[in-house]
Design a protein around this ligand. Structure first.
Ligand SMILES: [Fe+2]
Length: 602
């Protein structure tokens, strides 16, 4: 049995595929943004579909048994469409690459057996993405994001206890209590509202969390009034809280002066409210679902400080946070939900985040000659020596990570002890806000004694706390509040990365590497070796590891023209989409529908 899961609507579209091979469940997943190079892409996930089919050696959608699609909104203008004819006619082109017309044309003309399509509620997909990937035989499940949900997972079944959001039916205590409950401002939307006041878009929660880390530098002062009567069972309603925020002036600077009293207090207050609300929900989940294990997902589950608090609060004995906790993980949830709903009995345990594929080797000879790069062997000791000498090195090796965290295979690595490393990385490589912290990777079986680890942390989703010695030893990976979002690497999960960290430790006495995602500002994490080389030529990276090869900058290396590079990427992606439309869509129907849309909107 092979099941494809898709997110086709709104941001972070993508695909996941699950299938039984030799008595075990094999899973691959990818976000469209990684392939079309448009951050948080809204595009119909044709590239992801091709990527997932290819991972199983398939060429056509006819070869899968079930296609499960995220039912992100239920108030569609047209039955069976996520996009709708009216929206397609309006040719909406808002931010990012959101294009209803294009998506609608593909959706309506995809060559597939519609009897094989099943729609999965968005919040249910989040719940499935964590419980069905967890190591637990039974667990309480909590979803905290634009929607909210409490579930009970038992073996291969997942039961709804409480659920609301995205215009789906509202459930309370296992029963539908309200069909199609409208949205209100829950804790996640409250946090987004504060991020917006700080000048960030809906993907800015990480910046707000980072800014809150400077709270101890300023006297505490609340910036807005929090609704005290916001709790009604699992519903936490911040409508009044956000109304009160409307009197606040938004930040209008350019990030250089944002670490200041009013903005840090704003972020701190949002972080404290979210913490209160999520601990409340975790306690409620424990009471309602009644187990000692928690599987957790939703955008709020990327808040590594609160995750550590949930774990330490003793509400649950064990916590599993699926690394693609935000909407990037929806395709995985759809695929696993569909597989188990069809009666699939094999359980998938996500003990590492590498659900992508290994990249094809780039033609290095030609690229090295054109760009003046040197190619050598990526022996772990040689790479460790370069890192110890201050080099900043990208690593593009093996299967890519699923979700927003780079876990060594699509990572930029550096020496965490080096003075000024954090500023150099932010300014030269990542081109991002100077206040944002970097995270460390350490060996799971030999963590540094200066870091109070938060328990098993394979996915950088639990914050640890560093001692004073730690702050002096590895300043580049410890935030202003002493927290450190550690990744504990096991040899089983990633032998190549483990050996590199160990080699760095043998050389320096500090078996810890600074690990940040392999991308430039406004660019998704790299997927292919060509993406990695492009990123190197646009930024100040000293070298990159591609498989077992090390590609280094030389005196002959010229900086690339970022505009020309962007144009050539756009051309390549457009060409690829044209081919994929011809491959997956009924072209006669596609052209006829395109003409009808043109006529009707004329
Ligand atoms: Fe979501």
């Amino acid at each position: 049995m092979i099941v494809l899961g898709l997110k086709c609507f709104s941001h972070d579209t993508g695909a996941a595929i699950v299938g039984e091979t030799n008595g075990r469940l094999v899973v691959h997943a990818i976000s469209e943004a990684r392939l079309n190079r448009r951050k948080h892409s809204f595009a119909y996930p044709l590239m992801s579909i091709a990527y997932c089919l290819d991972a199983f050696g398939l060429t056509s959608l006819d070869e899968v048994d079930l296609i499960c699609i995220d039912r992100h909104m239920e108030l569609w203008p047209e039955a069976g469409s996520q996009f709708g004819y009216a929206a397609a006619q309006a040719r909406r082109h808002p931010r990012y690459d959101d294009n209803y017309r294009w998506n609608y044309l593909i959706e309506q003309t995809l060559k597939l057996d519609h009897a094989k399509v099943r729609l999965i509620n968005h919040v249910d997909a989040h719940a499935a993405s964590t419980y069905f990937a967890s190591p637990f035989d039974s667990a309480a499940v909590m979803v905290a994001e634009g929607g909210t949900g409490i579930y009970r997972g038992e073996g291969t079944t997942l039961g709804v206890v409480d659920r609301m959001g995205y215009f789906g039916d509202t459930w309370r205590d296992g029963k539908i209590v309200l069909p199609r409950k409208d949205h209100f401002v829950n804790s996640s939307f409250m946090y987004d509202a504060v991020s917006a006041l700080l000048g960030y878009d809906v993907f800015g929660a990480g910046q707000t969390m980072a800014l809150a880390g400077f709270a101890n530098r300023f006297a505490q002062r609340d910036r807005f009034t929090v609704e005290p009567d916001r709790f009604d069972g699992f519903i936490v309603n911040h409508d009044k809280t956000v109304q009160d925020m409307q009197s606040l002036e938004p930040y209008r600077g350019n990030d250089t002066d944002i670490v200041a009293e009013p903005w840090v207090n704003l972020a701190r207050q949002a972080q404290e409210i979210l913490r209160t609300d999520l601990l409340y929900l975790a306690n409620l989940t424990r009471t309602k679902a009644g187990t000692h294990q928690l599987a957790y997902a939703g955008g709020a589950a990327l808040n590594c400080l609160i995750n550590a608090e949930i774990l330490h609060a003793g509400i649950f004995d064990e916590l599993f946070v699926q690394p693609a906790a935000s909407d990037e993980g929806i395709p995985l949830g759809c695929a696993l939900h569909g597989y188990h709903t069809l009666g699939g009995k094999q359980r998938f345990v996500m003990d590492n985040g590498y659900l992508g594929k290994a990249p094809s080797p780039a033609p290095l000879g030609d690229l090295a000659r054109i760009h003046g790069l040197a190619v050598g062997s990526a022996d772990p000791d040689a790479v460790a020596a370069l890192l110890a000498n201050g080099a900043i090195i990208g690593r593009c090796v093996g299967a890519s990570e699923y979700g927003p965290r780079a876990l060594g295979n699509r990572s930029i690595l550096a020496d965490p002890r080096a003075p000024g490393m954090k500023d150099r990385l932010n300014a030269q490589i990542k081109h991002r806000e100077g206040f944002r912290p970097f995270a460390p990777s350490c060996l799971a079986d030999a963590p540094p004694d200066w870091l109070k680890a938060p328990g098993t942390s394979p996915f950088m989703l639990l914050a640890g706390q560093a001692s004073e010695i730690g702050k002096q030893t590895a300043p580049a990976v410890i935030h202003a509040d002493g927290s450190s979002r550690v990744q504990a690497v096991t040899r089983e999960a990633n032998p190549g990365y483990y050996d590199l960290i160990r080699a760095f430790g043998a050389r320096t006495g500090c078996a810890v590497l600074l690990n940040t995602s392999f991308n430039d500002k406004d660019e998704p994490i790299v997927e292919t070796e060509e993406d990695a080389i492009n990123c190197m030529l646009r930024t100040g990276l000293d070298a990159i590891v591609l498989g077992d090869r090390l590609v280094s900058r030389t005196t002959l290396t010229r900086a690339a023209d970022p505009e020309a590079m962007r144009r050539s990427t756009t051309e390549r992606v457009d060409f690829a989409y044209r081919g994929l439309i011809e491959r997956f869509c009924d072209m006669e129907a596609y052209v006829a529908l395109a003409l009808r849309l043109n006529e009707d909107s004329a």
